[in-house]
Design a protein around this ligand. Structure first.
Ligand SMILES: Cc1cc2nc3c(=O)[nH]c(=O)nc-3n(C[C@H](O)[C@H](O)[C@H](O)COP(=O)(O)OP(=O)(O)OC[C@H]3O[C@@H](n4cnc5c(N)ncnc54)[C@H](O)[C@@H]3O)c2cc1C
Length: 495
């Protein structure tokens, strides 16, 4: 039985581990942190349990699939429910938009804006659904180990059918005229750290996926998914080593044969790295020649997603709000441009998550969790580190902005616990280059064939899985990356 070492127990590492065990490999995961999950981590304080990173569950069938394929009923592992309404959006002028998956409710909201925009919205859904089916069938699940797999007439034909060269915002604007509606349908590109004003229009599939397949909630929060994947991995005979900081991938004559962790050598037939690609390729592969085209210099110059400032609030009062709420800046375009011009926004848009609206297991009785995510630039050019003084001042400004929303006027008086993750914390805790929370930015030149692939082109028996690899960031998308890489490993092992 071939032995595989996986570096990292993020969603990519855990999902790959389960798939590889099912295929009959001997699998051992080395994780630097004391808990699994990677960005899907959890912090606990005074009875409050905070999800650190992801919170929005989309494409539930992909979450279920990892349990199903391993031969168990997902319901015995995760308890998922549909959220309706999906979220509320607050605009600076105190108006509010409620987005629901219930078509009757949604259309009634849209008609209040303008019946023509309601019609445009439905036309947008139909158009983008068609493009989504093309992307799913011809691009998302493909691996591109050879140029011919991308540069062939069939693939280029389907690429043209995707019509992805204009921006997400421009594409949406051709369907709806109302500015607030345009923002409500394009901000979702920020889920993968790209600007709606420059990000390829194919990412307008994200709001479509939300509407047609729903936004779901996992009881216990997003961390419960990681925790249950860990349970399944161990049940299947996988070995998990926590607090193991891998410092090198062992390579000789272009062949990977193990890792160095906490200064000890561990040998294996195959190494699969789930640590984010830019970090793994530049830090864990020691010889420049083994890095292939992704030299340390190139990695440094690549384009990165935005980062996040996340404020985790444990409150001693219940608030009546939605699980997901957004607050948009007055000048949305300036706010977004600031992110990619490396200015910390003065009037930021932000997202709030209150899982305790539907889940009593995450806080002491009668108390509430509010997690506030402010998209901020990655640690580049303008600001390469957040000082403590700046962090304090900025967090306070954000709390003042939240207090301006009616429901949260007194929020500052009810904070029992407050924790903060800055881009520096994301960089340090999960080894994310420049603290970019969604990894390599999925611009056209870093997508599909042009994104780092599953199999190393220079080193045999070395593979990659995760957000910065094809197909990209987001929990379900990384699970697709695990599907792709494990199929490659199986195919290569049978040669
Ligand atoms: C704030 C935030 C909000 C998000 N919101 C959403 C959302 O709502 N919905 C959604 O679907 N996605 C969301 N995402 C994106 C999603 O979390 C990620 O795309 C996904 O979790 C990444 O998984 P991964 O396996 O690629 O990487 P990671 O989660 O980064 O896992 C990699 C693992 O490798 C470990 N590692 C790194 N270096 C080493 C080393 N040297 N030795 C040993 N171990 C190492 C890390 O500790 C980590 O556990 C969000 C992300 C963030 C940060």
């Amino acid at each position: 039985m071939k032995k595989i070492i996986i570096i990292g127990a993020g969603v990519g590492g855990l999902a790959s581990g389960i798939r590889l065990l099912k295929m009959g490999f001997d699998v051992e995961i080395f994780e630097k942190n004391e808990k699994v999950g990677g960005r899907m981590y959890q912090i606990e304080e005074k009875g409050f349990k905070f999800d650190v990173g992801p919170t929005i569950v989309m494409m539930p069938e992909i979450y279920n699939e990892i349990f199903e394929l391993s031969g168990v009923d997902p319901k015995d592992y995760i308890d998922m429910s549909l959220l309706s309404p999906m979220y509320d959006i607050h605009f600076k002028d105190q108006t509010k938009l409620r987005i629901s998956t219930d078509l009757t409710q949604l259309v009634s909201q849209l008609e209040k804006i303008d019946p023509k925009d309601a019609q445009g919205y439905l036309a947008y859904l139909s158009d983008v659904y068609k493009r989504f089916l093309i992307a799913k069938e011809h691009f998302l699940m493909k691996s591109y180990s050879k140029p011919i797999q991308f540069y062939n007439p069939k693939s280029l034909y389907h690429l043209l059918r995707l019509r992805t060269l204009n921006s997400a915002y421009d594409s949406i604007s051709s369907f709806v005229k109302d500015e607030k509606l345009r923002q409500a349908l394009s901000f979702q590109t920020l889920y993968i750290g790209v600007s709606p004003f420059t990000g390829p229009s194919i990412y307008t599939i994200i709001p479509m996926i939300e509407l047609l397949y729903g936004v779901w909630y996992i009881k216990g929060g997003m961390y419960e998914m990681a925790n249950q994947m860990k349970r399944r991995f161990l049940e299947m005979g996988g070995k998990l080593r926590l607090n193991e900081n891998v410092s090198e991938i062992l390579i000789k004559d272009r062949l990977a044969y193990g890792v160095v962790s906490n200064e000890e050598h561990h040998h294996s037939d195959i190494v699969l790295t789930n640590a984010d690609f830019p970090y793994a390729n530049s830090e864990l592969i020691k010889n420049e020649k083994d890095k292939g085209k992704y030299t340390t210099k190139k990695i440094h110059k690549m384009s990165y997603s935005a980062s996040s400032l996340v404020i985790y609030l444990g409150l001693d009062k219940k608030y009546k709000t939605n699980v997901h709420t957004l607050r948009f800046a007055k000048d949305f375009k300036k706010n977004i441009n600031d992110l990619f011009e490396f200015n910390v926004p003065e009037d930021p848009s932000f997202y709030m998550y209150s899982p305790t609206q539907v889940d009593e297991t995450l806080s002491p009785k009668g108390k509430e969790i509010i997690y506030v995510l402010v998209p901020v630039p990655s640690l580049h050019k303008g600001m390469t580190s957040w000082s403590e003084a700046f962090q304090k001042q900025y967090v306070n400004e954000v709390l003042d902005m939240i207090s301006q929303i009616d429901e949260f006027n007194d929020i500052k008086d009810h904070i029992e616990v407050m924790r903060v993750f800055t881009p520096d914390d994301f960089k340090k805790q999960f080894n994310l280059q420049f603290g970019a929370t969604f990894g390599l930015r999925p611009v056209v030149t870093q997508s599909l064939y042009f994104r780092p692939q599953a199999r190393s082109k220079t080193v045999k028996n070395l593979y990659f899985v995760g957000s910065s690899n094809h197909p990209g960031a987001g929990v379900p998308i990384v699970m697709l990356s695990a599907d792709i890489v494990t199929r490659e490993i199986k195919k290569d092992s049978e040669k």
